[in-house]
Ligand binder design. Structure first.
Ligand SMILES: Nc1ncnc2c1ncn2[C@@H]1O[C@H](COP(=O)(O)OP(=O)(O)OP(=O)(O)O)[C@@H](O)[C@H]1O
Ligand SMILES: [Mg+2]
Length: 235
């Protein structure tokens, strides 16, 4: 099962990288064509060459930055560390931001730079990414012009909570008790593995001693990731 979920995740990762590479690849291909045309017309001067060099270098740097981002993001965590939740969210947005932008989905993050957790930052990042992906899927085929995903952080005396909500209509009541089950998916025709939420629960509850819960809010799904502040003491 782990294998299957890894494969699904890899497919997802490749499509996100492909997405981020499309633009710089197009730009490089255009630069390439234009330099060939200039050469044919005998107008390949130093200025053009500089322009070509600078711009193609920029595109290449951007592509290589994408690889670094992804590599960092999906690197397995070796040990528990204390980390800033804000960093995890912002790495997440680096990865998924372009897709949200393309799909016209607003992302609203109410952040707190001081909130820390103890555990596995990359695993938490993957959970948040799963939840955001599910929200994106839920918006699919919905005609709505204020698509919005919100991420809130909140700390009370004894818990630290990450809330992720969307306004995509919510989860039908009859399936609500099943969504964390392995292989439960309503996306049969879209290759959903039904492992996203199952793995997320495993990560949050078994690896990070937290709790993942869900409810329907007024206009969409609302997921809570909560962690006891106690767990941080003496860790
Ligand atoms: N934000 C959401 N809004 C509406 N339904 C949701 C939302 N998140 C999850 N669901 C429902 O829960 C089901 C299980 O989600 P899960 O992430 O485990 O699997 P999946 O998304 O179907 O497959 P995969 O994660 O492999 O793409 C989904 O098929 C969907 O029906
Ligand atoms: Mg999913």
């Amino acid at each position: 099962m782990l294998q299957q979920s890894k494969l699904a995740q890899m497919g997802e990762m490749i499509s996100m990288i492909a997405h981020q590479w499309r633009q710089p690849l197009n730009n490089l291909s255009m630069l390439n064509q234009s330099i060939k045309i200039k050469y044919k017309r005998d107008s390949l001067d130093a200025k053009t060459m500089d322009y070509f060099f600078e711009n193609s270098s920029k595109q290449i740097a951007q592509m290589s930055q994408t690889i670094d981002d992804f590599r960092g993001f999906f690197k397995p965590d070796k040990e528990k560390v204390e980390f800033c939740i804000h960093d995890v969210i912002s790495n997440c947005l680096n990865i998924i931001g372009p897709i949200l932008h393309q799909k016209n989905i607003q992302i609203d993050v109410v952040d707190d730079l001081t909130l820390m957790l103890v555990g596995y930052p990359n695993e938490l990042g993957q959970v948040i990414l799963n939840l955001v992906h599910n929200a994106i899927d839920a918006f699919e085929d919905k005609k709505k012009n204020d698509k919005m995903i919100q991420i809130y952080l909140k700390r009370s005396d004894d818990t630290t909570i990450v809330m992720i909500r969307d306004n995509a209509g919510g989860i039908p009541h009859d399936i609500l008790p099943n969504i964390f089950d392995p292989y439960f998916s309503t996306k049969e025709n879209k290759n959903g593995t039904g492992l996203g939420l199952y793995m997320s629960k495993l990560i949050i509850e078994d690896h990070m001693s937290g709790k993942i819960t869900v409810e329907n809010s007024r206009d969409g799904a609302l997921f809570y990731l909560s962690f006891s502040n106690e767990a941080r003491v003496g860790n």
